[in-house]
Design a protein around this ligand. Structure first.
Ligand code: ADP
Ligand code: MG
Length: 363
């Protein structure tokens, strides 16, 4: 087990900077997820740690050891990729044993290690099969087994579940979580899938265009997004965003919504400025069709036009309009809505972002 320190890391390909500033410490035993849209620099950052890419500037340490110039095979890391890259002509046993054999470990010891690992991953009945005789999920487990036998200091995963179907991804997520609970090995996991990040991570590092947009626990990044990017990236369906401005009247601050004025919760007022252009965010689940669903009195009632209803199973998505502004609202499927329904916005759940800087006004 180990801690990983990225110090002021930058990466360019020719004159294109793809990692602009990455400064972050993964604590010993932690499960950290790098999350962000395709092309934001997740794999590049991971590959610099693994030694598969050069570091343009900055330093990476594993515990106290500077590893910038350490040969990849001596970094004590094990990486699992999206494509499992198993050796097709070898059995499951041979695939898992390969790295140990290469190290020159005696056969009897290899046997012990392979059996121990295959037991954890429930691969024992499959040890004599070739990769082509396995399902996607089983291949994935063999790839993990190959990484695990090396008892690395840190596990690196780059989108390891992307090739699996949705149901299997769910199963494998639980297995990964369980594995981490058992082994407690420091883990860095790269994905563009917010559900994987939310379910697996102790902490999430959200990346956007080569920068860190926010670091936090799954709850923190969901409840307190530091900026507009994070607010819209985390959560499904996405947070409603309305461009508007701040108004002050007799000491009370408001957000203007069409002809309506929504009173501003106190947590924003220390950063409020007259006529400041802001973006108001509200999650579909924080707008209700009945005021009783909000357990306090900081509620704003507004008339609404319901354009569409979409049944998702346990819930319904309402596509609504408040004046010209679009609001998506998610309510329980058991809820009854009518033509003249009203919406009740939970004022405690409002987010405000400065339109110019895109930073939250609640920070
Ligand atoms: P992610 O894993 O977040 O999808 P990557 O780290 O793979 O993103 O890539 C980040 C950016 O760097 C992308 O714009 C990609 O096109 C670019 N890139 C990656 N590898 C190379 C390379 N070998 N040469 C030039 N550009 C690259
Ligand atoms: Mg990638």
């Amino acid at each position: 087990m180990a801690k990983v320190i990225f110090k002021d890391i930058k990466k360019s390909y020719d004159d294109v900077e793809v990692v602009k500033y990455f400064d972050f410490t993964v604590e010993d035993g932690e499960f950290v997820v790098f999350l962000g849209p395709s092309g934001c620099g997740k794999s590049t950052t991971l590959r610099m740690l693994a030694g598969l890419e050069t570091i343009t500037s900055g330093e990476i340490y594993i515990d106290d050891r500077l590893i910038n110039n350490v040969d990849p095979k001596n970094r004590d890391l094990a990486m699992v990729f999206q494509s499992y890259a198993l050796y097709p002509h070898m059995t499951v046993y041979e695939n898992i044993a390969f790295a140990l054999k290469l190290k020159g470990m005696p056969k009897a010891e290899i046997d012990v290690e392979v059996l121990k690992t295959s037991k954890i991953l429930e691969l024992e009945p499959l040890l004599n099969r070739k990769p082509k005789e396995l399902s996607g999920g089983q291949r994935q487990r063999v790839a993990m087994g190959r990484a695990m036998v090396r008892t690395p200091k840190v596990f690196l995963f780059d989108e390891p579940l992307s090739n699996l179907d949705a149901k299997l991804r769910g199963v494998m997520r639980e297995e990964m979580k369980e594995l981490h609970r058992t082994l407690k090995t420091t883990t860095i996991y790269v994905t563009h899938d917010q559900i994987e990040a939310m379910t697996l991570a102790d902490r999430i590092v959200i990346l956007n265009e080569g920068y860190v947009a926010q670091v936090g626990t799954p709850t923190e990044v969901f409840q307190k997004p530091a900026n507009k990017f994070v607010a819209q990236f985390i959560g499904n369906p996405a947070m409603n965003m309305i461009d508007t401005k701040l108004i002050e009247e007799a000491g009370q601050w408001f957000v203007e919504l069409e002809t309506l004025r929504i009173p501003l919760p106190e947590r924003f007022t220390h950063q409020a400025k007259k006529d400041l252009s802001v973006c108001m965010g509200i999650r579909p689940t924080d707008i209700h069709v009945r005021a009783e669903h909000i357990d306090h009195d900081r509620v704003f009632e507004c008339p609404v036009t319901i354009k569409e209803k979409e049944l998702l199973g346990a819930s319904i998505l309402l596509k609504t309009k408040v004046g010209k502004a679009d609001f998506v609202v998610e309510i329980a499927a058991t809820e009854v809505v009518s033509e003249d329904s009203k919406l009740f916005i939970d004022l405690d759940a409002i987010h405000l972002f400065d339109s110019a800087t895109e930073q939250s006004l609640a920070l």
